[in-house]
Design a protein around this ligand. Structure first.
Ligand code: NAD
Ligand code: DAU
Length: 348
C-alpha cells in the first residue's frame, strides 16, 4: 500500500507520520509537505532513514503537480493534514487559508477521485479537521458529530468548507472518505505561536505571557500522540462516509491552564514558586474569539475503543521536558519568520 500523508512535517502530521512509519512497516509512507513556516523536517529526524519513508516537497495548491503525483505513486490511501492552522494568522491573511485549506483539499479530492474511479475497495481519503467548525459553545453542552457547523474565524470557515467538499465528493462521486474533528492538541514539536508552546518559550525567556481578553475562554486539550493513535484507528477501522469527534475529556479555562503551566515551569527551571505567574499580561482580545470548545468523544470511544492514554498533568510535563531538552529545535524555529510574526502580532 502506498499511503500519502500531507502536512507531515508539521506539528500533528509529524506524530502521525512517525506512528505510521513505525507501526505499519508494510506501507510505503509518502510525506508531502510544502515546508511553510510551520513545517520542519527536524521533527522527523529519527525516522528519516526508514526504508518505508519518503519525503516529497510540494504544494497541495498546485493542481498539475498533485495530479502527477497521484499518477506516479498510485496512492491507496490519503491522510490529509496539510493546512494553514493558526486562527490569528487567518485574521490577517484569510486568502492564504482559502488557498491551502479549500483549493488544496479540492485538488487532492480530484486527484483521488480520478485515480480511483469506481475501483474504491480498500481505498480511503481521510480528512483531518477541527472542532472549530462547530463554532462556540456557551457554558453548557458538548460538540457531537451532528452539531451544526457555525464557524466564526476565517480559519474555521476554511476548514468547514473543506469538510463540506469532502462530504460532497463522497455523495456525488462515491469517494470513500472519513473525517475527524479534533479539539486543541499540545505536545512536542508544536510551533511556538499557539498558546502552550508560545507560553513555554516565553517563560524560558522571561517574556510576558499575553493572555487574550479576560482569559476565561475554554478549550479541550488532547496530547498529540493520543491524537495520532486516534487517527491511525479511524483510518483503519472508521466507517466510510462517517465523522468522528476526537477530544481529551479535558476542559480548561485559558487562565487556569496558564497558571498550571507557570507552576510546572517554575519547578522544572528551579525558580521560586510564583515567578512565572508574574509574567502574565492581559492583552487585547482576539476578534471573534470563540468562548468555549468541548468535544463529546463518545462515538470514537464506543465504536473504536479509543481513550486518551495520558492525563493532562502527565502530558504537560512530557511537553515541558521536551522543550527544555530541545533548545536547538526551539532556537531554529524562533529565529526566522516566527520572530517577524511575533513582533508584528504583539506590538500594541
Ligand atoms: P501545522 O501548522 O503545525 O502544520 C501544517 C503543515 O502543513 C506544515 O508542515 C506545513 O508546511 C504544511 N502545509 C501548509 N500549507 C501547505 C501546502 N499548501 N501544501 C503542502 N503542505 C502545506 O498544523 P497542525 O497543528 O499540525 O494541524 C494539522 C491539521 O490538523 C490541520 O489540518 C489542522 O486544521 C488540524 N487540527 C489541528 C489541531 C491543533 O490543535 N493543532 C486540532 C484539530 C485539528
Ligand atoms: O480546537 C482546535 C484548534 O485548536 C485547531 O483547529 C487549531 O489549528 C489550533 O491552532 C487551535 O486553535 P485555538 O485558537 O484554540 O489555539 P491557540 O493556541 O491559538 O489558542 C488557544 C486559546 O488561547 C484561545 O482561546 C486563544 C488563547 N490565546 C492564544 C494565544 C496564541 C491567548 O490567550 N494568547 C495567545 O498568545
Amino acid at each position: 500500500m502506498n499511503i500519502l500523508i500531507t502536512g507531515g512535517a508539521g506539528f500533528i502530521g509529524s506524530h502521525v507520520v512517525r506512528r505510521f512509519v513505525n507501526t505499519h512497516r508494510e506501507y510505503n509512507i509518502y510525506n508531502l509537505d510544502a515546508l511553510t513556516y510551520a513545517g520542519n523536517l527536524e521533527n522527523l529526524r529519527d525516522i528519516e532513514d526508514a526504508p518505508n519513508y519518503h519525503f516529497i516537497k510540494g504544494d497541495i495548491v498546485d493542481e498539475g503537480f498533485i495530479k502527477g503525483l497521484f499518477e506516479k505513486h498510485r496512492f491507496d490511501g490519503v491522510v490529509h493534514l496539510a493546512a494553514e492552522s493558526h486562527v490569528d494568522r487567518s485574521i490577517t491573511d484569510p486568502l492564504a487559508f482559502v488557498r491551502t485549506n479549500i483549493i488544496g483539499t479540492v485538488n487532492l479530492l480530484n486527484a483521488a477521485r480520478d485515480l480511483w474511479k469506481d475501483q474504491t475497495a480498500d481505498k480511503r481519503f481521510y480528512h483531518v479537521s477541527t472542532d472549530e467548525v462547530y463554532g462556540s459553545l456557551g457554558a453548557e453542552g458538548l460538540f457531537t458529530e451532528t452539531t451544526s457547523y457555525d464557524p466564526n474565524s476565517p480559519y474555521s470557515a476554511s476548514k468547514a468548507s473543506s469538510d463540506h467538499f469532502v462530504r460532497a465528493y463522497g455523495e456525488t462521486y462515491g469517494l470513500p472518505y472519513v473525517i475527524s474533528n479534533c479539539s486543541n492538541n499540545y505536545g512536542p514539536n508544536h510551533f511556538p505561536e499557539k498558546l502552550v508552546p508560545l507560553f513555554i518559550n516565553n517563560i524560558i525567556e522571561n517574556k510576558p505571557l499575553p493572555v487574550y481578553g479576560d482569559g476565561k475562554y475554554t478549550r479541550d486539550w488532547l496530547f498529540v500522540e493520543d491524537h495520532a493513535v486516534a487517527i491511525d484507528l479511524v483510518f483503519h477501522k472508521g466507517k466510510n462516509h462517517e465523522t468522528y469527534n476526537i477530544g481529551g475529556f479535558n476542559e480548561w479555562q485559558n487562565i487556569d491552564l496558564v497558571k498550571l503551566l507557570c507552576k510546572l515551569m517554575d519547578q522544572k527551571l528551579g525558580r521560586d514558586a510564583g515567578t512565572s505567574e508574574k509574567l502574565i499580561t492581559y492583552v487585547k482580545d482576539r476578534p471573534g474569539h470563540d468562548l468555549r470548545y468541548a468535544i463529546d468523544a463518545g462515538k470514537i470511544s464506543k465504536e473504536l475503543g479509543w481513550r486518551p492514554s495520558v492525563t493532562f498533568e502527565q502530558g504537560l510535563e512530557r511537553t515541558i521536558d521536551w522543550y527544555l531538552s530541545n533548545e536547538e529545535w526551539l532556537n531554529h524555529v524562533t529565529s526566522g519568520d516566527y520572530q517577524e510574526y511575533y513582533d508584528k502580532m504583539y506590538a500594541q
